[in-house]
Design a protein around this ligand. Structure first.
Ligand SMILES: [Zn+2]
Length: 453
């Protein structure tokens, strides 16, 4: 017998209405909705709402262990579930940092205790100790982030980092932030008498990103060592990656776009200050357009949240340059994306490709990222009719005020399931009652026009 039967849902990549059955934490049945009686422990009447695979977010700062006032696996994973995300990759800048096998194991124990969604870990690879990469995969890492500034290091260091990561069988993820260049740019802005927000906004420039990309591709191609370019934020970087992918078609390099650079601009930073302070800084309209184009033509490979929560007092220091950088984006991830899809900015099939399939494939997460028999029952049912205003603070994250506050968005999750377990339901903290009772058809949506797949 099925544990769950979700009836009459719309799927992103198929016409008509569908039933999806869940048993033993996996998807056991996907069939056109026919009203046929099938035994199930619990039934949900989807009433034409959209059923998606839970999003796979490859860039989440859970702050655990070490920074419980900012976030932990419990709060981050509940925020994820509320934002339609059922798989997260936790970033290594914790305390202790995940720069060795023992620290990764420690974080894994915290995740197992507290996380309500599937949590995977990203190890931190240090330029000074490339050999510390060994054993990280066995400890639970699915990728490696270059943890310190590799752009100040010589080619020998680059070679040994790539080779150790390849030997370990993990992709090496790069940030395009060259510390020396950043300091230079910041000083130059100051010397020109720029306002504090402009000094920060000009502290990493497109040239830094472009120069870094030029260093990553040839080595990754030559060594056939998988790499990921994180947080692409400028038009020049997109064009550089496009050009490099052409020059090195066999380079195993993927590129990440993050929510902040797709849905916010420098103008938001100017108006909102610390709430929209993120690193690298927000860019211009032209950059935002270039990122979307890059996502459509395959230059960029996937979308992540870069959920980076901080306590309110860390975001509200007197001087802008002393305020913590980072935006808590998990709880609005699916609404931001579905709202953009509804406005016709991109299709539902793009959303599935960029937020589910591609990150699951790139980071080797089997069973994730698609609705199909035998896959993990990671599902999110979203309401595409009603609009809701983004509140100033998230319901679950400990992160400070969001720069998305006040936006009217559609596409909020009604319930989220991870491996067959209900982890979010609208209206109640864990939503179990709401979803177990089934969702009454009259409160659900009629099928709507205007959705592009
Ligand atoms: Zn980050």
């Amino acid at each position: 017998m099925l544990d769950w039967l979700i009836e009459g849902a719309r799927l992103a990549d198929r016409d008509g209405l569908w039933d999806v059955g869940v048993a033993g934490g996996r998807i056991a049945l996907v069939r056109p909705s026919c009203g046929r009686e099938t035994a199930a422990g619990r039934r949900v009447f989807a009433a034409g709402r959209l059923l998606l695979p839970g999003l796979v977010d490859a860039h989440v700062h859970t702050r655990d262990p070490g920074y419980p006032w900012k976030e932990d696996f419990g709060t981050a994973s509940r925020a994820a579930a509320a934002g339609g995300v059922t798989t997260i990759l936790a970033m290594p800048n914790t305390n202790p940092p995940m720069t060795g096998a023992a620290a990764i194991q420690m974080a894994r124990r915290e995740a197992e205790k507290k996380s309500v969604v599937s949590s995977f870990l990203v190890g931190g690879a240090c330029a000074s100790r490339p050999q510390a990469i060994r054993g990280m995969k066995a400890a639970g890492a699915v990728a490696l982030d270059v943890y310190d500034d590799l752009f100040g290091a010589g080619t020998e260091t680059w070679l040994s980092m790539f080779l150790e990561a390849k030997k370990e069988g993990l992709p090496l993820c790069f940030y395009l932030m060259d510390g020396a260049m950043e300091r230079f740019c910041r000083e130059r802005q100051r010397a020109r008498g720029k306002a504090p927000w402009e000094v920060i906004a000009g502290a990493t420039d497109a040239e830094t990103e472009a120069a870094s990309i030029a260093r990553i591709f040839p080595l990754a191609a030559y060594l056939q060592a998988p790499a990921v370019i994180r947080m692409v934020s400028t038009k020049k970087a997109v064009e550089m990656i496009r050009c490099m992918k052409r020059l090195y078609p066999d380079a195993p390099v993927c590129a990440e776009a993050c929510l902040s650079y797709l849905f916010l601009t420098r103008e938001d930073f100017r108006r909102q200050g610390a709430a929209a302070h993120v690193h690298p800084p927000l860019r211009g309209e032209e950059d935002v357009r270039a990122l979307w184009e890059g996502l459509f033509d395959g230059t960029l490979d996937y979308i992540a949240s870069d959920h980076a929560p901080h306590a309110q007092e860390e975001k509200e220091r007197p001087k802008l340059e002393d305020c913590a950088s980072g935006i808590a984006g998990l709880e609005v991830m699916l609404p931001l994306l579905l709202d953009a899809a509804k406005r016709g900015e991109f299709g539902l099939s793009d959303l599935i490709r960029l937020c589910c399939e591609a990150p699951a494939r790139i980071y080797g997460l089997s069973g994730k990222g698609a609705i199909g028999e035998g896959m993990d029952a990671d599902l999110v049912l979203a309401d595409w009719n009603g609009e809701r205003t983004v509140p100033a603070r998230g319901r679950f994250t400990r992160g400070a005020a969001t720069p998305y506050a006040g936006r009217r968005l559609t596409g909020w999750p009604v319930f989220t399931m991870c491996r067959g377990r209900l982890v979010f339901g609208d209206g109640t903290p864990d939503g179990v009652e709401a979803a177990e009772a089934g969702l009454p058809p009259e409160s659900g949506g009629k099928e709507e026009e205007g959705w592009k797949s």
